[in-house]
Design a protein around this ligand. Structure first.
Ligand code: UDX
Length: 442
């Protein structure tokens, strides 16, 4: 099929590239001419494992193209995906200005029947707004062109997005037209070799809701576990043991019950807020969802508070080695990363930070910690330890899992480790002579 993907952010770029890998002809559109020029050279603006070679391969095969010109590309297009950003507005709701701007442009330029797909995470009712916007433009042009608006939310995890797209757990298609559903089924059929059971079709509003509910449910699991971790600590239990104890119940399961320094990233914080806001707009107070957010905001400070309890309120003359800045491993993304809040809190109390992250240091330097003079960046994890009072682990990159503990002891001023991701064995750390603090165990 001939596809147009509008927006070359995380979702648009991964989706467009994977569709081209499956043999479709895809044009990815963006208003940012510099970004498009870079992408045409195979220069990728984000770090995502496997993406760069896939882009380059499909560029070479001419199955993937990049352009700033939407109108020209709509001419030959079967399906147009809207994958532009839906940032959080001032009131916590999703800001739809970019989505509706694209809808307007589609309405201005379309000349033949088209399926328009909302791929961005958008609140319930957005497909109707997209439809109304296109209808209006067509009316202004005095044209009657048949089109359908479909909701096809993405469930990609950063760091594993290519796998998620190429071998999906499920694909949700929300459509109120049989013809559009059939076309979407044909598009996704190659991604399901054995059975099409995992292509789930439903009405548009349920599909829009599904995306928010999936993320809110996962965020709820994490906040629940973080709250349990805090209680475990008080009552003298070990959350790591409790986690295994409950995960073994197949109704609960092991995934997404790891306590830590709180969830971050581009999706959970924004989507939890937006779902709460949507409920409010319909006159419902979402108490549980509000608490999920509240618990998460507090959780980000748990490790900082442990540092303060250990070293005192005044952290002048203290230096801390921070391992990991990204909101999770295998990404350079720092959006809503707990590290930002923890580092800022320690610096506000006078501390100096020696930071290392395998991928996210540029993001930190140029955006998220750009005003923090007291952060120094190092090229390896061990270099951060020099003259540091303690090591604080904030992202569970594989290279932090089994470090040379002798080296840690040798370099740190005193052997103190704060572990915001429960990566090490408590007993073994103590046996090796560390003062070791983690989440959910005293
Ligand atoms: C998430 C959803 O998983 C994905 O389906 C959706 O499309 C976008 O949002 P992502 O933001 O890439 O994906 O991150 P994810 O791997 O889900 O992790 C989110 C956050 O939860 C991270 O900060 C992670 O550290 C945290 N987390 C995850 C925990 O604290 N404990 C866990 O057990 C699991």
């Amino acid at each position: 099929m001939n596809l147009t993907v509008i927006g070359t952010g995380y979702v648009g770029l991964v989706s467009g590239t994977c569709f081209s890998e499956m043999g479709n002809t895809v044009t990815c559109i963006d208003v940012d001419a510099q970004k498009i020029a870079n992408l045409e050279q195979g220069i990728i603006p984000i770090y995502e494992p496997g993406l760069e070679p896939m882009v380059k391969r499909n560029l070479k095969n001419k199955t993937l193209r990049f352009s700033t010109d939407l109108s020209k590309n709509l001419e030959k297009c079967d399906i147009a995906f809207i994958a532009v950003g839906t940032p959080m507005g001032d009131d916590g709701s999703a800001d739809l200005q970019y989505v509706l701007q694209v809808a307007k442009e589609i309405g201005l330029h379309m000349t033949h029947p088209l399926i328009i797909v909302d791929k961005s995470t958008v609140p319930v009712g957005t497909a109707d707004k997209v439809k109304a916007t296109i209808d209006q433009e067509l009316e202004n042009r005095g044209l009657e062109v048949q089109f359908d608006v479909v909701s096809n939310p993405e469930f990609l995890k950063e760091g594993d997005a290519i796998n998620d797209f190429m071998k999906p757990d499920r694909v949700v298609v929300g459509s109120d037209s049989d013809e559009a559903t059939d076309k979407m089924r044909a598009l996704y059929a190659p991604f399901f070799r054995s059975s099409m059971d995992r292509l789930i079709t439903m009405d548009v509003r349920s599909a829009e809701m599904t995306k928010y509910v999936a993320n809110a449910m996962l965020a709820t699991k994490i906040s629940f576990m973080n709250e349990i971790a805090n209680i475990c600590e008080l009552v003298g239990a070990d959350v790591n043991k409790v986690r295994i104890g409950i995960g073994s119940d197949s109704r609960i399961g092991y995934s997404f019950i790891y306590p830590g320094s709180g969830y971050g990233g581009s999706c959970f914080p924004k989507d939890v807020k937006a779902l709460k806001k949507t409920a409010e707009e319909y006159g419902y107070t979402a108490r549980l969802i509000s608490s999920v957010e509240e618990v998460n905001n507090k959780q980000k400070m748990v490790i900082a508070n442990k540092v303060i309890n250990r070293f005192g309120e005044d952290l002048r003359n203290r230096t801390f080695a921070v391992w990991g800045l990204a909101f999770k491993p295998e990404t350079d993304d720092m959006r809503e990363a707990p590290s930002i809040y923890i580092i800022k809190e320690l610096i506000a109390r006078g501390a100096k930070i020696n930071a290392y992250d395998p991928k996210a240091m540029d993001e930190a330097r140029h955006f998220y910690l750009k005003d923090e003079q007291n952060v120094s960046y190092f090229n390896s994890k061990y270099e951060t330890l020099q003259d540091a009072d303690a090591m604080i682990l904030l992202t569970e990159w594989k290279e932090f899992r089994s470090p040379d503990f002798e080296e840690l002891k040798k370099q740190l001023k005193q052997p103190v480790v704060f572990d915001g991701r429960n990566q090490y064995n408590h007993q073994r750390m103590q046996e090796q002579g560390f003062e070791y603090f983690q989440i959910g165990k005293k």
